[in-house]
Ligand binder design. Structure first.
Ligand code: NDP
Ligand code: 2IT
Length: 455
């Protein structure tokens, strides 16, 4: 097939995005990620039209399988409750489906598909053999007793176990699913299937977990940020960070930023944000983040009360002056008003850590105004990378030391940064880390799909 002009490719991509919107009505988060990724593939498709000709683009936006199921459970008052469970098995071209489970009241099919689609390219970037998947439920763990969470997890796994396996699909945690939930889910899987396999990652250390998995997403994000800063002639030492969220991911990032000499001025929760001029830096303060998350109160004001710093109710930290912004809570935390504020404050670096924390319009605005944007699917890939390393250790029936896991994580994050910048250069996109990550992640999956023919 002859090369296509950029205009022809652009028109083709617009057509695919339009079709995705029509076939998945109302799924706005899914539409958002599909247009973000496909638009950045324009130069690749112009140069390699076989991806269009062989239908790879049409295939890649359609999940291989969407599983949706009823999750009945009984609360502490004896009342029957019913939630919805999901597993989106998005793409298995380069390995078993792999991705977390999210328990949050906002979970719906659109959120599951957006996360599964993103995961496909993220997992490809890790260079480990993992396909993309995501799952979860609209169950709200907040305010539930331990016994209720256990009964819910057992019921969820009773259905999910039909579709997963160590060589088929390997779930892990995400928002609302931490060590406690993974324990209940793994116990139920083992009981029903009578096999001890690496079917879940993020497991506890006594039963096959990997050392450093809890820290991995945050640590990996900071390793990536260091490479980015060095590439642009900067250093992390003495840099100030505004972080949102206070969960597992924010905690790991804050810990590593401090270790490497940076200073974290803010963390946030649904109730507002705290500003700590001395930095969220002592061991006591960092450990307190874990306590706040474990308390299930979902309040960051507790930090302000305990350490005597200022609390800004119902506000996000994006108006503060800091060298680096790091959204670590959830999708679409940053839209146009926040992006405008950042540009007005002369922000230089914007590092996405949560999945898709920025609207497409805001990303374009930040980039157009000279802010260096690091995209979540590259930055937060350290979590799933150590999940991949947990799978390797489980297969070998062996455990690596903290030093070994950390060294591998570090190497993976270096490779992700390098693959992204190299892809951007190869397609004449300057230092566009967002497009570079999309392209590098896409190419491996698409080449595997080409090899398989139409299937
Ligand atoms: P946490 O559960 O610790 O934190 C999530 C926070 O976001 C909560 O405080 C939640 O508060 C808030 N929030 C506000 N609006 C929403 C919404 N619409 N949906 C979900 N949460 C919302 O999560 P993690 O630290 O585990 O994850 C943070 C981010 O990092 C997420 O985007 C996740 O997908 C991503 N990530 C996680 C990885 C992991 O290994 N855990 C790996 C890679 C990425 P409230 O409940 O009140 O809404
Ligand atoms: O978004 C993510 O990459 C995760 N929640 C981690 C997935 C995993 O399988 O470890």
């Amino acid at each position: 097939m002859a090369n296509m002009t950029r205009a022809e490719v652009k028109a083709y991509i617009e057509g695919v995005v339009e079709q995705v919107k029509q076939r998945n009505p109302g799924e706005v988060e899914f539409h958002q990620t599909v247009s973000e990724v496909l638009e950045s593939l324009e130069p690749v498709l112009a140069k390699s039209p076989e991806f269009i000709e062989k239908g790879i683009i049409d295939l890649i936006v359609e999940p291989e399988r969407v599983i949706k199921f009823r999750v009945p459970w009984v609360d502490d008052q004896g009342v029957t409750r019913v939630n919805r469970g999901y597993r989106v098995q998005f793409n298995s071209a380069i390995g078993p489906y792999k991705g977390g489970l999210r328990f949050h009241p906002t979970v719906n099919e659109s959120i599951m598909k957006f996360l599964g689609f993103e995961q496909t390219f993220k997992n490809s970037l890790t260079s480990l053999p993992m396909g993309g998947g995501k799952g979860g439920s609209d169950f709200d763990p907040q305010g539930k007793s331990d016994a209720e969470v256990m009964r819910f997890c057992q019921s969820f796994m009773t259905e999910l176990q039909k579709y997963i396996g160590a060589n088929t699909d390997v779930p892990a945690g995400d928002i609302g699913v931490g060590a406690r939930e993974i324990g209940y889910l793994f116990g139920q899987y083992k009981r029903l299937r009578d096999e001890f396999t690496g079917v879940l990652t993020g497991k506890g250390m006594p039963y096959g977990g990997s050392i450093l998995r809890p820290e991995a997403t945050g640590f990996g994000a900071v390793y990536y940020a260091v490479d980015m800063l060095n590439y642009f002639g900067d250093d992390i030492k003495g840099k100030t960070f505004a972080v949102s969220g206070f969960g597992n991911v924010a905690w790991g990032a804050v810990k590593k930023i401090n270790e490497l000499g940076g200073k974290v001025l803010t963390i946030s929760g649904p109730d507002g944000y705290i500003y700590d001029p001395d930095g969220v830096g002592t061991e006591e303060k960092i450990d307190y983040m874990l306590e706040m998350r474990a308390s299930c109160r979902n309040r960051v004001q507790d930090y302000a009360d305990k350490f005597g710093v200022e609390f800004f109710p119902k506000q996000k930290p994006w108006g503060v002056k800091a060298d680096i912004m790091m959204p670590c809570a959830t999708q679409n935390e940053v839209g146009m008003p926040e992006a405008e504020l950042m540009v007005k404050n002369g922000l230089k670096y914007y590092v996405e850590v949560a999945n898709m924390p920025t609207t497409n319009e805001a990303i374009a605005y930040l980039k157009a105004n000279g802010v260096i944007v690091a995209p979540s699917k590259a930055v937060n890939a350290g979590g799933v990378s150590v999940s991949g390393l947990e799978m390797s250790q489980n297969s070998m029936r062996y455990s690596w030391t903290a030093e070994e896991v950390d060294e591998k994580l570090h190497m993976i994050m270096h490779n992700i940064f390098k693959a992204s910048i190299d892809a951007a250069h190869e397609y004449d996109l300057g230092d566009d880390l967002v497009a570079g990550a999309n392209i590098a992640g896409f190419l491996k999956v698409a080449r595997a799909m080409l090899a398989f023919g139409v299937c």
